[in-house]
Write a protein of this length. Structure first.
Lengths: 529, 458
């Protein structure tokens, strides 16, 4: 593959001078009191969905967020009216509001943003490092830096709506044909998205364009049981290159097996989780519990456990949060939780949030890093994210995954003996205060006498299955983990574990992209119902 | 509302219909304003705003229909129009895109012969004085919380939202609607001790008058008061559970697609007229839709497809008596579109607190994440907080484990409360909007399993 970074178009780049002017207005004469930035978000998305009906749609959304940090309070104004005069007026109003508040504070803290030379370049992923440096040198404050996710421009489907719609139809028809009478319905949705951000503060101007593709294939049985394959990544149509007859046949066979699946009895079972379900467990386990806002607001158990030095998992329980995943397993691209910088302009870097059962400082946005929790302030991370310019920003996960182990999947099955494989995720939920965890799986595959039998099971009432346990019990029950890639067992490529396409609706409110994954993991036992 | 933009767009759309490039179009324009405040509470009692936001936005959603070479078919596409790109270029894009999707042709709803009565869905105070409304609600919250004994406040959120929408199409349909929404959320726990449980609740309303801040704080405080040591529930493959109006409304909302002719066309499971749903010796299910209840989120003079909205029964005494027949899919199936839409309305049952005496059951106070499959009609969730009540009245707080169920069985031999409650999930929520007026609680005796600890483990 010959990939190039996705470029920033001229029409968007033309906003930089205005963003610079807005930052100057937001901070005018008060740089020693206030910290401000301006962020322009742009979404350009095409989607084709073919089932019994066909839809083609373009989603376009652009908005600007003006932010002032005064003391420990964020003031924001957001709009999609780009009239410069109106925006400058809004900036002045916001500045007056923030200053009035600042002046009521005793010994207010003042934030100073990092310059390019303050950045720890060595800790950044290669695609970030390479795009920061201009002819091997750090950029000047006023020089716009653009980051683009890699894609292969030679694949015409990536940029062609008609080809993409044709592919959706072909895939849907192939599923329907392979399924015949076994299926009531079939469908395929393909989505291509370019999500761009322009950021300006007093130290830098930068932009990023994240190009991603999602292929969502589904087969529905006569009784309404749906089996799906979700294939996606931060790439063009190359993300869908692996969709072939074999994959479609497997989808249809699985649907037929699910249609006739037996039901498990509610109880505890030995489980092997696939990367998809492993990722949901990582995300819900000490993912949400380690988010800076839940920690500083007293809504997470993590700061207390960390203060007391309590281990919350065994030696195998290590979880990373990393927005800078640009390759995973044997795949040369990242997933939808990947970014170059977050929605507050902080550059991606990996963070070990759980190290062999030991908790680290939380995943912070700017304000959480300054305010801190009962353990005091801690390092800022690249976790300040928002659903869109219309919604508030919070510390959110990017890509959350367990570290890899040393086993193959067959070896895990052998160690498992009798149990089940949970491969396809179906939601999950956190309880950061109570350390509860639930992760759904569409169905379970039986493992008997150390071998996969291919027999599928549904939940006790015929639905999906929830896997649930108190987090410390669960994280102490990891028996073994798989390698990142069986083709590269020593991980000589230095790759990250597979992360799956995912999303997160923190507390059922704010939806953001979040990849999650990890290796196959064998758990001693988990409550299933 | 950007009327100049709308006029330019509709003029150009009309021109494209006249020259045969389009067979029709519909446009939904929305202006919205939102005031958003997020609070911490360093002293555990008062609100300290750490994020204060004002948001102004406009959105234009356009659907176009283009002629097809195949008789009886139509090209369709949906796009977001933006004010920062040339209109003609965007419309040409939409037309080009519509050639990628082929569908059976249908007639859009036109202007009705009798204009439906407008429905009250907006509080003028929220529209005109959002800052004052927010300040008043903050004060009411602080006063109410100061009276909530034994509670420590961790965080709160307040959203004051207003939107104005104009819907028009090429068949002459044209109407406007206003919507106001309030969202108040609080997270709190027991004061003066280290806790592993919190109460995290929210309340919503369309008007200031309907946002019962004091009642909300009282309910949260009552929940905080019962927090204490808990156990995992016991495994039982045939449990009796008591659920609240929130879970019940979500379950009935998941049933709704099976009462819509859309499912028939999409070849998904659906219920036919005269089909039975639930029954047995318990309370009968009587479910209808009502779009006319003032100040509820799904109240509207028009259904989503532009037909005048109508209310009516869907299930009477556990028998399906009617279905939602939308404009497009009704035409596809040769059924008369009926405009049925609105809030879910369920008749009360007979369940009263005294009926629970002597009964062993688990009350699920809060599901962690109630995931309901609207095709299989199954559901499953971890129990975030519940109470196991033994037949002798002994109460044990339960947490964790998994409870799952099957709606087709759950409505057999069930009991619905005699008291009524309301649920309003606003349009600006993460979840789709939901309006519900019906029983406060439901006692389910069939089709529920609980996975948790087994007696051998005790």
């Amino acid at each position: 593959m010959n990939t190039i970074p996705y470029p920033l178009n001229d029409e968007l780049a033309a906003f930089f001078p205005m963003l610079g002017k807005l930052v100057q207005t937001l901070e005018a004469g008060a740089e020693d009191k206030l910290y401000a930035f301006a962020m322009l978000e742009d979404l350009d998305q095409f989607q084709s969905n073919v089932s019994q009906t066909e839809t083609s749609g373009l989603t376009a959304d652009r908005g600007i967020v003006l932010r002032i940090l005064a003391g420990h309070r964020n003031f924001e104004y957001a709009t999609n009216n780009f009239d410069e005069t109106a925006l400058l007026e809004a900036a002045e109003t916001l500045r007056a509001e923030a200053l009035a508040y600042f002046q009521t504070l005793e010994n207010p803290p003042v934030y100073t943003p990092p310059t390019w030379s303050d950045e720890p370049l060595d800790t950044f992923a290669k695609p970030i490092r390479e795009q920061i440096l201009i002819s091997g040198k750090l950029p000047e404050a006023g020089t716009p830096v653009h980051f683009g996710s890699a894609y292969d421009p030679s694949i015409s489907e990536s940029g062609s709506r008609s080809e993409t719609a044709k592919r959706s139809r072909e895939i849907k028809e192939a599923i329907a044909k392979a399924g015949g009478e076994k299926l009531a319905s079939a469908g395929c949705m393909i989505r291509r998205k370019v999500k761009s951000r322009l950021f300006a503060d007093r130290t830098r101007q930068m932009s990023q364009s994240l190009f991603s593709s999602l292929y969502y294939l589904y087969a529905i049985t006569p009784s309404g049981k749906t089996v799906r394959d979700i294939i996606g990544g931060m790439a063009g149509a190359e993300a869908g290159a692996g969709i072939n007859d074999e994959l479609i046949q497997r989808l249809v066979e699985t649907a037929d097996k699910v249609e006739h699946a037996e039901r498990i009895k509610p109880g505890r079972y030995r489980i092997i989780s696939g990367p998809d379900v492993t990722g949901v467990i990582a995300h819900e386990a000490f993912g949400h519990t380690q988010e800076g806002d839940t920690c500083r607001l007293g809504r997470s158990c993590a700061p207390g456990l960390r203060k007391k030095g309590i281990l919350v998992g065994n030696k195998q329980a290590s979880i990373i949060n990393n927005a800078g995943v640009f390759a995973m397993g044997g795949i040369p691209y990242g997933v939808n939780g990947t970014h170059f910088f977050d929605d507050e302009g902080f550059i991606a870097r990996p963070q070990t949030i759980l190290d062999e059962g030991q908790l680290s400082s939380p995943m912070n946005d700017l304000i959480s890093s300054l305010v801190g929790d009962i353990n005091g302030p801690s390092a800022r991370q690249s976790n300040g994210k928002r659903e869109s310019w219309k919604r508030p920003l919070m510390p959110r996960q990017t890509n959350t995954y367990f570290t890899a182990g040393d086993k193959t999947l067959d070896e895990l099955a052998e160690l498992c003996g009798d149990g089940f494989i949970a491969e396809h995720a179906a939601g999950g939920m956190e309880d950061p205060k109570g350390m509860g965890l639930t992760a759904g799986t569409e169905y379970l595959e039986e493992v008997k006498d150390g071998k996969r039998t291919g027999k599928l099971f549904l939940g006790p009432q015929g639905g999906h299955i929830e896997l649930s346990d108190p987090v410390p019990r669960l994280l102490n029950s990891i028996l073994a983990k798989s390698v990142i890639s069986e083709a590269d067992p020593m991980n000589e490529n230095g790759s990250e574990p597979i992360n799956k396409w995912g999303g997160c609706g923190k507390y059922h409110k704010e939806g953001v992209e979040a990849g999650c994954g990890g290796p196959w993991i064998l758990w001693e036992s988990i409550t299933c119902g | 509302m950007n009327q100049n933009f709308i006029k330019n767009v509709t003029d150009q759309l009309t021109e494209r219909v006249e020259n045969g490039k389009l067979t029709g179009w519909s446009l939904k324009a929305t202006d919205s304003r939102s005031l958003q405040r997020l609070y911490s509470s360093p002293d555990g009692a008062t609100l300290n705003c750490h994020q204060s936001r004002r948001v102004d936005g406009e959105a234009f959603k356009l659907s176009v229909y283009s002629p097809s070479e195949t008789e009886g078919m139509v090209g369709t596409s949906m796009i977001d129009l933006v004010t920062y790109l040339p209109i003609d270029q965007q419309l040409d894009n939409a037309i080009e895109l519509s050639k990628c999707s082929r569908n059976k042709a249908w007639e859009q709803a036109g202007s009705p012969s009798i204009e439906p009565k407008p429905i009250e869905t907006c509080d003028p105070d929220i529209r005109d004085n959002p800052e004052t409304v927010a300040a008043d609600l903050e004060n009411r919250f602080t006063v109410a919380f100061s009276k909530a004994e034994g509670c420590r406040l961790n965080s709160a959120e307040l959203f004051v939202n207003y939107s104005f929408t104009e819907q028009i199409n090429s068949k002459g349909l044209s109407y406007t609607s206003e919507l106001s929404e309030l969202y108040l959320e609080a997270a709190m726990e027991k004061a003066g001790q280290e806790n592993d449980k919190e109460v995290h609740e929210h309340t919503t309303s369309v008007t200031v008058k309907d946002l019962d801040v004091e009642g909300f704080i009282n309910e949260c405080a009552l929940q905080v008061a019962v927090l204490g040591d808990s156990e995992e529930p016991e495994t039982v493959d045939g449990a009796t559970i008591l659920i609240s109006k929130d879970a019940l409304s979500q379950m009935l909302n998941a049933l709704l697609p099976q009462l819509n002719c859309l499912n028939e066309y999409l070849k998904l499971p659906y219920l036919k007229i005269d089909d039975r749903f639930g029954g047995g010796y318990g309370d009968s299910l009587n479910l209808s839709l009502d779009p006319t209840i003032p100040c509820m989120v799904l109240s509207s003079a028009y259904a989503i497809d532009g037909l005048p909205a109508k209310g009516g029964a869907l299930i009477e005494n556990n028998t399906v008596v009617n279905r939602v027949i939308g404009n497009r899919f009704g035409q596809y199936l040769d059924l008369e579109p009926n405009g049925l839409s609105g809030n879910l309305v369920v008749q009360p049952g007979t369940l009263e607190p005294k009926d629970l005496q002597g009964l062993e059951y688990t009350e699920v106070i809060k599901f962690s994440s109630l995931l309901i499959d609207s095709q299989k009609l199954t559901w499953s969730s971890e129990i975030k907080l519940g109470r196991h009540v033994a037949a002798d009245g002994t109460v044990t707080l339960v947490k964790g484990g998994v409870v799952s169920g099957n709606l087709k069985k759950n409505f057999i031999d069930c009991k619905l409360s005699s008291t009524l409650g309301t649920v309003n999930v606003p349009q600006s929520s993460y979840d789709p909007p939901l309006g519900y007026r019906g029983p406060d609680a439901m006692l389910i005796t069939e089709g529920v399993s609980i996975a948790g600890q087994t007696k051998e483990e005790n």
